[in-house]
Design a protein around this ligand. Structure first.
Ligand code: ADP
Ligand code: MG
Length: 442
């Protein structure tokens, strides 16, 4: 039996592509799953010609290489890059908490303490990337995402050069067309400094978080530019005076006198409740993928593949055999509960894997995945030691998988109890062509 994954999805390399998460002005972002590990990722899909002909291609390559090395809790991780004949794929950490600004759109402005917590995370991420020579240049609400714990994750660090086009006249243009977050010197294009420009954008973001509206907002673009050039804004009355002072120092139209990050880190308003994050630095990171993509090496090209369709004959065949029904899981008599059991599923292997993980975790199991094997280890010691279970997913036929569960340690009765809760959690993925016998009480 092979362990390939089958389904009706598109595959790119080891990733199975899912729905579109969003679309920016120059890229599409797709949800995907790594079929080897079951991990969720986001893949940014770019037009290869556009990227490789870009005036800043060397800088883009350098920044993407650096981003692969960066492991900061508030920065979306860049896992790898791939290229097909026509596209470049940037594989990113997937976060599912939505955009920070959805919160403001849905619930209005934030309390000062909450705004400060996000601002602290933002400044920390920005400071760290700057220290590695990577600038954002396009800090805006769409690039501030939240993970499922509500932790801020800044996306598109090092990628923003991609969205900028240097026109014939040498002026830098942001592709999105809304300059509300852009620093005056960037708009004037006086050969600006990425550091101070990013700080300005952080100030606009902080203002929006606490006010619920933009500091500079004009329907007329010329009027908007003028307000930004003069830093012509007013803080609402509910801002504390120390917050007002800090924002005034950030939204200084002169980049040379604008507050710096070391100064922000020393600011009283900023420092309140500040806990810089703890994180490990990078391990050995391989940059072969980045080099291959940017050197246009033919060797590593990936292709988009549509997977084989489902074969119904296989189902019919198996359904007649009665061999792999859920009945196997529960022997008619309690005493006969085996230490090994199996079920079949029509779900793709990676979905089965994720479901097993999702189900086992709340039951107090540590989950270790490798290829199509999962080891579950109980966190409590039972009568006969910790309960541990090994599972493996096999492909029987296209889109028909056999899942095997074996107790590898611990008490059989505990295994039985575990299996009862476990199988009810897995109901959705277990193939229900036959009646399911859940009554094992005997
Ligand atoms: P932009 O940043 O210009 O809006 P992008 O192409 O970067 O455009 O992203 C489009 C949208 O896709 C984002 O606004 C966001 O909602 C979503 N998105 C981007 N990256 C991720 C990610 N790593 N995880 C989840 N969603 C993402
Ligand atoms: Mg983005």
């Amino acid at each position: 039996m092979s362990r390939k994954v089958h389904g009706s999805h598109t595959r790119i390399g080891k990733y199975e592509i899912g729905k579109t998460l969003g679309e920016g002005s120059f890229a599409k972002v797709k949800f995907a799953k790594n079929v080897d590990t079951g991990d969720s990722v986001a893949i940014k899909v770019l037009d290869k010609v556009q990227v490789l002909r870009h005036k800043m291609v060397e800088q883009i390559k350098r920044e993407i290489s650096t981003m692969k090395l960066i492991k900061h809790p508030n920065v979306i991780k860049l896992y790898e890059v791939m290229a097909s004949k026509t596209k470049i794929y940037i594989v990113l950490e997937f976060v599912d908490g939505g955009e920070l600004f959805d919160k403001i759109v849905n619930n209005g402005r934030l309390k000062e303490d909450e705004a400060r917590r996000y601002f602290q995370q933002l400044i920390n991420a920005v400071d760290y990337c700057h220290s590695r020579g990577v600038y954002h240049r396009d800090l805006k609400p769409e690039n501030l995402l939240l993970d499922s714990y509500g932790v801020l994750k800044v996306s598109d660090f090092g990628l923003s050069a991609l969205s900028q086009q240097v026109r014939e006249d040498g002026l830098l243009h942001t592709a999105c067309g809304t300059p509300n977050y852009v620093a005056p010197e960037v708009l004037k294009d006086k050969g600006y400094d990425g550091t101070t420009a990013d700080i300005w954008s952080c100030g606009v973001i902080l203002f929006v978080l606490m006010a619920g509206y933009l500091p500079f907002d004009e329907s007329n673009l010329i009027a908007l530019y003028e307000k930004i050039f003069r830093a012509d804004f007013t803080c609402p009355s509910w801002f504390s005076s120390s917050a007002k002072k800090l924002i005034k120092r950030i939204l200084d139209p002169n980049p040379l006198t604008r507050i710096t990050i070391p100064e922000i880190l020393e600011n009283e308003w900023f420092k309140k409740g500040y806990r810089p994050p703890d994180f490990e630095s990078e391990e050995d990171v391989n940059l072969d993928d980045v080099n291959a993509v940017f050197n246009e090496s033919e060797e590593y090209l990936v292709t988009e593949k549509k997977e084989k369709p489902v074969s119904m004959n296989a189902f019919e065949l198996i359904s007649r055999s009665r061999g792999f029904s859920l009945e196997n899981l529960f022997e008619k008599q309690m005493g006969l509960v085996k230490r090994e059991t199996q079920f079949t599923s029509q779900f793709p292997a990676n979905e089965i894997m994720s479901k097993i993980e999702e189900t086992a975790k709340p039951l107090g199991f540590n989950v270790h995945k490798q290829n199509y094997k999962i080891k579950l280890r109980g966190d409590k010691t039972g009568r006969k030691g910790r309960l541990s279970v090994a599972t493996e997913v096999f492909e029987v036929a296209p889109s028909l998988h056999l899942v095997e569960l074996r107790k590898t340690g611990g008490d059989t009765l505990e295994f039985y109890k575990f299996y009862k809760s476990f199988s009810s959690g897995l109901k959705d993925v277990v193939w229900k062509s036959e009646a399911i016998t859940e009554d094992a009480s005997g």
